[in-house]
Ligand binder design. Structure first.
Ligand SMILES: *Cc1c(COP(=O)(O)O)cnc(C)c1O
Length: 338
């Protein structure tokens, strides 16, 4: 059987999660009548101390709905150059909202209040209206790097002062929280909206949640319908989310331990030039001149190890719920034997 480190989205639901799905009470969620969806939304909102939540099929949809609600056509948003919303959502910022992004060069995906302040446009007819700032935590493309709450507070303060909306793409927010021991409620108090993914490290088959205040979620619900994301008996899927929030958060630490072991394994390989610092469950490394990422991926694939090509010389590995210590031992042998 192949060992799959391409992403933490490759996990399959456990027997216990499937049982919870099987047992779910359901109703029509477009009529706001699915008790399990409502329970999941309330549970997640409460965790982050936010008023309400909206269950959506994907993290792309929760991010894109947030952008749509926080902006008007012709506006500009500010985000780091590594952002998922900018790189990996099919141009949705312009496609869905008619908004452009001003890309900031942060430190491993993290931008500061000073950088943001310097890039807010003045009130002139010929400049875009700056209306939204989006942060990501952890930052996927920067190797799973994470913000500390103390770094976010000045950003939040600035956004409030300048009347900009502040969104968090928290696809992997729980990976950060289990490392820092910071509280979800403290994070919730800094943002106007937060997107969290259930289908990454938490191991559900699908689903993301958008969190915000009542008025924001009311508008988000309307946009979700327009985007085609209104679901009917979605409680079967929401039940997996409730199971995941109850059982799969603390164990993310194991994924982080295995990621650090993987870092040491790849750093020891003669093919590897450098490895980005590993803070959570993502390991990104660059290959020495002479080996392309595509060739390296093929070599590993032939030995039943699946990895992601992340650039011409760059490979990404992601640890997850279905990656065990036995598999880690096999990866060590495979990489040492190249
Ligand atoms: C995976 C991911 C998303 C959402 O992806 P979907 O596949 O649409 O659920 C958003 N942001 C980040 C940082 C991600 O890694």
């Amino acid at each position: 059987m192949a060992i799959d480190l391409r992403s933490d989205t490759v996990t399959k639901p456990s027997k216990e999660m499937l049982q919870a799905m099987f047992d779910a009470e359901v109703g029509d969620d477009v009529f706001v009548e699915d008790p399990t969806v409502l329970k999941l939304e309330e549970k997640a909102a409460t965790m982050f101390g936010m008023e309400n939540a909206l269950f959506c099929p994907s993290g792309t949809m929760t991010n894109q709905i947030a952008i749509k609600v926080h902006t008007r056509q012709g506006d500009e948003l500010l985000c780091d150059t590594n952002s998922h919303i900018y790189n990996y959502e099919g141009g949705g910022i312009s496609f869905n909202s008619g908004v452009q992004a001003k890309i900031l060069q942060g430190n491993r995906g993290k931008i500061t209040a000073e950088q943001i302040a310097q890039n807010i446009n003045g009130d002139y007819d010929w400049l875009c209206r700056t209306s939204l700032v989006s942060l990501e935590n952890t930052v996927n493309k920067a190797g799973g790097s994470m913000y500390r709450l103390d770094e976010v507070k000045p950003v939040s303060h600035l956004c409030r002062e300048k009347k900009l909306a502040l969104h968090l793409d928290g696809a992997r927010i729980f990976n950060a929280l289990v490392e820092t021991n910071e509280s979800a409620k403290d994070w919730g108090s800094q943002f106007d909206s937060i997107s969290i993914c259930l289908s990454k490290g938490l191991g559900t088959p699908m689903g993301s949640l958008l969190l915000g205040n009542k008025e924001f979620i009311k508008q988000a619900r309307r946009v979700r319908k327009v985007f085609g994301g209104g679901m009917r008996q979605a409680g079967y899927i929401a039940a997996a989310g409730i199971y995941a929030l109850d059982h799969n958060i603390n164990r993310l630490k194991e994924d982080h331990r295995r990621a650090k072991e993987l870092r040491d394994i790849v750093a020891a390989s003669a093919y590897v030039e450098s490895v980005l610092p590993v803070e959570t469950n993502i390991v990104i490394f660059n290959l020495r001149a002479g080996t392309s990422a595509a060739d390296f991926e093929k070599k590993l694939s032939a030995k039943n190890l699946r990895v992601s090509v992340f650039g011409p010389q760059t490979i990404r590995l992601v640890t997850h719920l279905d990656f065990t210590d036995d598999m880690l031992a096999d990866v060590k042998k495979i990489i040492a034997g190249l």
